[in-house]
Design a protein around this ligand. Structure first.
Ligand code: NAD
Length: 484
């Protein structure tokens, strides 16, 4: 069977990249190469930006109600092909089919919110700012935007941005992760049926060189980045250098604090889903548990019992509860962290290195792994592992838990499990994280709420999704008028 090279989608047409360089795309459950992705060149990028720039004026002058109807059509095709998109996510990313369905649903929800654009992008005015003089603020789109996406949510992440950019009257380019380029390719095949004018949405495949070419292109207005912190910093800096708007979402190290008064059974279930869902490859994954006082013993025991029972396997098998990690390299990195934890003196309560998936000997599987006796200075407690590894740190008090959270450089999410309203209030008031869970293990904002972190998890000001996205993709122009 010949391996298909995924194509770019530019100006309403499928086009082969000019590049001779391709990268292999693997099914992480089997290790098989399932496609090849081109590393699109500067010329490919220029072609896409030109198409998007040329489409901009007509799209910008299209009434918002008409643009909203394009969102309705987009929603309809995503609903129609929902299952196929979800299965594609599993094949190239490895997550379970239910997790994939969840992310496609989240992508669609963003289209739903963006379809309210006639109500959401209204400006404002004030009569008589001085006698007979009126002032108004117009909300206007800006031009060509693009996103650089990570591998872990190949369907959803570009939809934190694209529907809002397009509904507000901009034109758009998506550059998916080179590890998971097939999902957006499928989505664009279906998106053709939504009948958007050519050039309004474009797809350009590639790696960091392609992303760099987009960042440096003079006709691009802004970038939405989601990925690791070192790259988020590079993209933020480069965007500033080239005078572009930027919102750059980086990595994470999320803490889950458990008080002795927590409802233990529900807490354990929430922590297991948080730490091991998506094989720990979620920017909102809990990766350290701060067990306060007497919470420690029962929590430790129940976490190990619960995690040990998770069925690891191919995500397309509906009985699978945890899929593989994305690549052989990712697996190696995760095993490296487990080794570092052991070297530093942490104790392995559950060792995921020994997991076997007999049907898939070449898959990139790591089983659920739990470390105990972890201290806040260890690399497994401070660095993003991005795999199914959970570290338990024992602390004496709520205050001590907050100190540990403060010392972590990341600030994407943090959760507290308690029955105390007072502590819950303290937690959400004081913790520096963009997403706070109170008895919630994965504090993922729905589409009408902003999504981003704090500290080293985010560089920028306006977040993805909802009104923040609308503000990111528009400018406010003030008009002051007097009629003689
Ligand atoms: P990554 O940083 O390796 O790659 C992300 C994207 O950046 C890819 O499209 C890649 O081609 C591109 N890229 C790589 N180097 C670049 C460079 N020098 N210049 C420009 N672009 C470059 O991330 P990943 O491994 O695909 O995704 C996992 C990471 O994403 C984790 O750190 C995770 O926490 C993070 N993430 C964060 C959020 C969030 O909301 N904060 C959401 C999802 C994932």
């Amino acid at each position: 069977m010949s391996i298909q090279i995924v194509n770019n989608y530019i100006n309403g047409e499928w086009v082969r990249s000019e590049s001779d360089t391709t990268l292999d795309v693997h099914n992480p459950a089997t290790g098989e190469v399932i496609a090849k992705v081109p590393v699109s060149t500067d010329a490919d990028v220029d072609r896409a930006v030109k198409a998007a720039k040329e489409a901009f004026w007509e799209w910008r002058t299209t009434p918002p109600y008409t643009r909203a109807r394009a969102m309705f059509r987009l929603k309809a095709v995503l609903e129609e092909y929902f299952e196929d998109i979800a299965r594609t996510v599993v094949q190239e990313n490895g997550k379970t089919i239910d997790e994939a369905r969840g992310e496609v649903r989240r992508a669609i929800e963003n289209v739903e919110i963006a379809s309210a654009i006639p109500a959401l992008m209204t400006g404002y005015n004030l009569e008589d700012v001085s006698q007979g003089i009126d002032e108004e603020a117009l909300i206007q789109p800006l031009g060509v935007f693009f996103c650089i996406a990570p591998f872990n949510f190949p369907a959803m992440v570009p939809f934190w941005f694209m529907p809002y950019a397009v509904a507000t009257g901009n034109t758009y380019i998506i550059k998916p992760s080179e590890q998971t380029p097939i999902t957006q390719t499928r989505i664009f095949e279906y998106l053709e049926e939504a009948d958007l004018p050519p050039g309004v949405v474009n797809l350009v495949h590639g790696d960091k060189t392609t992303a760099q070419a987009l960042l440096e292109h003079p006709d691009v207005v802004g970038v939405s980045f989601v990925g690791s912190t070192p790259v988020a910093k590079i993209v933020y800096k480069t965007a500033a250098e080239y005078g572009k708007r930027a919102q750059c979402q980086g990595g994470a190290k999320n803490a889950l604090v458990v008080m002795p008064d927590a409802v233990m059974e529900r807490t354990v279930a929430a922590i297991i889903t948080s730490a091991f869902g998506n094989a720990g490859q979620r920017c909102l994954a809990g990766s350290i548990v701060l067990a306060v006082g007497d919470a420690y013993e029962p929590l430790k025991e129940q976490l190990v019992a619960g995690a040990a029972g998770l069925k690891v396997g191919n995500g397309l098998d509906p009985s699978t509860q945890m899929g593989p990690v994305i690549s052989a390299r990712a697996k190696e990195r995760i095993l490296g962290y487990i080794e570092q934890g052991l070297q530093a003196g942490a104790r392995l309560l559950l060792d995921g290195r020994t997991v076997k998936v007999p049907d898939h000997p070449n898959g990139y599987f790591v089983g659920p792994t739990i470390f105990d006796e972890v201290t806040p200075d260890m690399s497994i407690a401070r660095e993003e592992i991005f795999g199914p590894v959970l570290s338990i740190i024992r602390v004496d008090s709520f205050e001590q838990a907050l100190e540990v959270i403060d010392s972590i450089p990341y600030g994407n999410a943090a959760s507290l499990f308690t029955t105390s309203g007072k502590l819950a209030r303290e937690f959400k008031y004081r913790v520096k994280a963009g997403n706070i869970g109170i008895n919630i293990g994965i504090a993922a904002p729905i589409a009408s709420f902003p999504f981003a972190g704090m500290k080293d998890s985010f560089f920028g000001d306006l977040h993805g999704q909802g009104m923040d996205a609308i503000n990111f993709f528009t400018d406010r122009k003030v008009v002051i008028s007097r009629w003689f």
